[in-house]
Design a protein around this ligand. Structure first.
Ligand code: HSE
Length: 304
């Protein structure tokens, strides 16, 4: 019997307000992918369990995991097995700003690479995943773990990953509102004022230094953003009230996770109260939401 290949990929929260398209955080909520080769079959059959059942294509050529497996095989100049079974056990909500697409891309590349000789280095995987996703801020933490700070330079994605301590919690609340990244990017202006650029440079620098220094009392200032949050909050009914509710319940900061619709709060206590307050504020708008109290994953995707 052929050995099963198992990979586990963390959820991610990109941007963290001021770090648009540049920073992201890995979270301890995971998708698992299992691949088994079947020499008797001539296609790779996909099964989806959990989040995204009925929404995610099970056609290997359409599925993002399948496409990413193929991309890795092309890079390795080797063919994928003709037949097999790919089981996707999804816990990351789809299209809600928690990195479900990047988990699919990273998991697909890792499986594809393993099946075609393993020639891709971590650096190659980072760069290929960014090429498929279009920006590095979800794929980099999914690969490296921690708070991943990335730049695109010399045709590569260069990432520094900063470990985040257990003492800081991340409360994610995902409403039943789907905001595709595409839709959320179309909501952005084409240009911004020079002062807004300066504002964001100071905020994101302050944010990253707050994490490094483990100084959370003024974290909220580092999360402030003028590039995307003001435009995207309008796509999330009740979003501003939910962020206020998180702060009132004791959060050190709160913002949109990725391009939404999930909102994320940062806390060193009162986690359950913050989660309940955020869910309650969505409920006041007649919107159901699911919450998680999470920690940072400092490892990134693993082959088990
Ligand atoms: N940086 C991306 C965005 C993350 O905000 O559009 C979402 O994929």
């Amino acid at each position: 019997m052929t050995k099963e290949l198992h990979v586990r990929i963390p959820a991610t929260s990109a941007n963290l307000g001021s770090g648009f398209d540049a920073i992201g955080l890995a979270l301890n909520l995971y998708n698992d992918m299992y691949f088994t080769e079947d020499p008797a079959a001539d296609t790779i059959a996909i099964e989806v369990e959990g989040e995204g059942v009925g929404e995610i294509s099970t056609d290997f050529d359409e599925n993002l995991v399948g496409k990413s497996m193929r991309a890795a095989a092309v890079r390795n100049q080797r063919a994928l097995p003709q037949g097999g079974r790919l089981r996707l056990v999804n816990r990351i909500p789809t299209s809600r700003g928690l990195g479900s697409s990047s988990a699919a891309i990273v998991g697909g590349i890792l499986i594809g690479n393993q099946l075609t000789g393993g020639g891709l280095s971590r650096q190659d995987i980072l760069t290929l995943a960014t090429l498929i996703e279009g920006h590095p801020d979800n794929v980099a933490p999914a690969i490296c773990g921690g708070l991943a700070v990335s730049v695109l330079a010399d045709g590569k994605t260069l990432t520094n990953s900063i470990p985040i301590e257990e003492g800081l919690s991340f409360i994610t609340v995902s409403p039943e509102i789907y905001v595709s990244t595409d839709m959320a990017r179309k909501a952005l202006p084409k240009t911004i004022a020079y002062q807004s650029a300066v504002f964001n440079v100071s905020r994101v620098s302050y944010l990253v230094s707050s994490f490094i220094m483990k100084r959370y009392d003024t974290l909220q200032y580092g999360l402030e953003d003028r590039l995307h949050v003001p435009y995207r909050l309008k796509l999330i009914p009740g979003g501003a009230a939910v962020l206020q509710a998180a702060l009132a319940a004791g959060a050190a900061g709160a913002t949109i996770s990725g391009s939404g619709s999930t909102l994320i709060a940062f806390a060193t206590g009162c986690e359950a109260a913050i989660k309940d307050a955020m869910i309650g504020a969505f409920a006041a708008q007649g919107i159901r939401a699911v919450g998680h109290i999470l920690k940072c994953d400092n490892t990134g995707a693993v082959i088990l």
